[in-house]
Design a protein around this ligand. Structure first.
Ligand code: SF4
Ligand code: SF4
Length: 517
């Protein structure tokens, strides 16, 4: 146990908030009843005995504990350094002096600078709390304690990460650092996070993280993101090094639940089958801790990865289960080869008609896409049509075997790196290609509503800028087109499901390709 420095301790579970992503089940008695001071002291004694230097108190809401001052005083007397993770709604101005004497750092969960959205995410109705939190952030920032902001991205706030931190800075709040913490689908949060944020959304978050560092001059970190993902989103290696914070749980830190049971991750449910109250021999022999610290759970792809030491596989619980691969691992790369084989193109056209057009067959810039690690056969095509204006139209088609994968994300990243001149990509909606429109939405593009006046069909056209964002009215127009296109798209989907012959032909082509290469 001598390597462990930090104990992340769910000291007591009750909370005055009801965050919509929270893992705690508020119908469970242990979550609404405070731990007792005598039990907390026993756990603190063991934390000291096992050689930890710092406690980070989580929960529950720390400042809801009636005797929180006793806890901090006790741990300080024992020589421990204290840190608290809090929603900061219960701190009073008169407490600051005491806190300065007993705390090194306060990390505040703060996910929106918009009061209405804040209340919704945090599950509260008391309209005074938001302003009180802002006031407390200011007080903490001005004190000698470090102020960390924990931002957890959700569907409703992931696009306003930068803006949230900027607003705090503009209000004169002195932030020491910002942590971007992914929410794990565990406990009660599992239902809420049925559809977690994906590659495109996290790429946007990382771009905002870099912006916070560069434009606001605040140190901002991405907590346990896989380096293979960061490498795809950030080009500058120095910046990657700066924003990357690999997970120290299981190496330098251990997490404890409110009863002292050891968890490998503060956010995941899994216990290791041992308690901090057990003897040192029992803890040293614990198979689960051993397996984790020695990295035996390392996935096949991570095993051969040269980034392992700095990455440690990203988050070990991002799918909710411990010992699982990070949900953002990019375990493949794509290679573009110039030109498209006509037979392959025709097979895709047959399968995906009317989305894929013959007109793209003759364009000057066209590539066949290959996977670097997983498939021998081609996995798709890209054709770029130059229009007379400075916008380009692109046709991208991937084989259906890649369903649900992340290839559209890495293909687009690669395309924009390879063709920096592609500043503006045009789209139309007349074919009701909803999957493409959804990608356009993820790329923060949008539609102009009234530029196409053909009255016989639903139509709009728009674009996305590689380094920009569509205005709000264009994003709204895109949403409207997605809605209007649904019946036509569903009709196509029905037809597509019956194209077994076309699918078989494509599969045979790919199999024969594998045999011949
Ligand atoms: S996430 Fe934290 S602040 Fe929010 S309800 Fe759960 S314990 Fe309370
Ligand atoms: S160690 Fe695993 S998660 Fe990290 S960069 Fe390598 S493959 Fe990706």
């Amino acid at each position: 146990m001598e390597n462990y420095m930090l104990a992340v301790y769910d000291v007591s579970n009750p909370c005055n908030y009801r965050c919509n992503y929270c893992r705690n089940d508020w119908s469970t008695e242990s979550n609404i009843k405070h731990s007792e001071l005598k039990d907390i002291k026993k756990i603190i004694d063991k934390i000291v005995e096992r050689g930890f230097k710092t406690i980070s108190y989580t929960g529950g809401e720390f400042f809801l504990i009636p005797f929180w001052k006793d806890i901090l005083m006790y741990a300080s007397e024992k020589g421990l350094s204290n840190q608290v993770i809090t929603n900061a709604s219960l701190i009073e101005e008169k407490d600051i002096e005491f806190l300065e004497r007993h705390l090194k750092r306060i990390s505040v969960s703060f996910h929106s600078a918009d009061k209405k959205q804040y209340n919704k995410i945090m599950g509260i109705t008391d309209s005074g709390l938001f302003n009180k939190v802002l006031k407390n952030l200011k007080l903490i920032g001005e004190s000698c304690m470090d102020l960390g902001i924990f931002f957890s991205p959700l569907w409703e706030n992931y696009m306003s990460f930068f803006q949230t931190i900027k607003i705090l800075k503009d209000k004169g709040i002195q932030i020491t650092d910002v942590n971007l913490n992914r929410i794990l689908p565990v406990g009660k949060a599992e239902g809420f996070l049925k559809k977690p944020l994906g590659y495109f959304e996290h790429a946007l978050l990382i771009q905002q993280l870099v912006q916070i560092n560069n434009e606001l001059g605040i140190n901002a970190y991405g907590e346990a993101y896989p380096l293979c993902f960061l490498n795809n989103v950030i080009e500058n290696e120095e910046i990657i090094e700066k924003v990357n914070r690999s997970c120290i749980i299981g190496r330098k830190a251990l997490a404890l639940d409110s009863n002292g049971n050891i968890k490998l991750c503060p956010c995941a449910e899994k216990r290791v089958g041992a308690s901090i109250l057990d003897t040192a021999e029992v803890l040293d022999k614990n198979k689960c801790i051993e397996e984790f610290t020695e990295g035996r759970w390392r996935s096949e792809y991570c095993k051969n990865c040269s980034y392992w030491e700095n990455c440690l596989g990203g988050c070990h619980a991002s799918r909710g289960e411990m010992f699982s691969d990070d949900s953002l691992i990019l375990d493949d790369e794509v290679v573009f080869k110039e030109g498209i084989n006509n037979e392959f193109f025709d097979l895709l056209i047959d399968l995906y008609r009317p989305f894929l057009g013959n007109s793209f067959k003759k364009v000057p810039t066209a590539y066949t896409i290959f996977s670097k690690h997983k498939y021998k056969h081609p996995i798709g095509i890209i054709a770029i049509k130059n229009t007379k204006t400075n916008a380009n139209f692109i046709e991208i088609s991937l084989i259906p075997q890649l369903r649900g994968g992340y290839y559209s994300f890495i293909v687009l990243r690669k395309l924009f790196l390879l063709h920096p001149e592609l500043k503006k990509i045009g789209w139309t909606s007349h074919k009701a290609n909803i999957p493409s429109m959804k990608v356009l939405k993820k790329l923060r593009g949008g539609f102009f509503e009234k530029t196409v006046t053909n009255k016989n069909r639903i139509e709009a056209e728009g674009f996305f800028k590689v380094d920009g964002q569509a205005v709000y009215s264009m994003q709204k127009a895109l949403d409207k087109q997605i809605e209007l296109s649904a019946p036509m798209y569903n009709g196509w989907l029905e037809g597509y499901k019956t194209r077994t012959e076309e699918l078989e032909k494509l599969t045979t082509y790919l199999e024969e390709y594998n045999e011949g290469n």
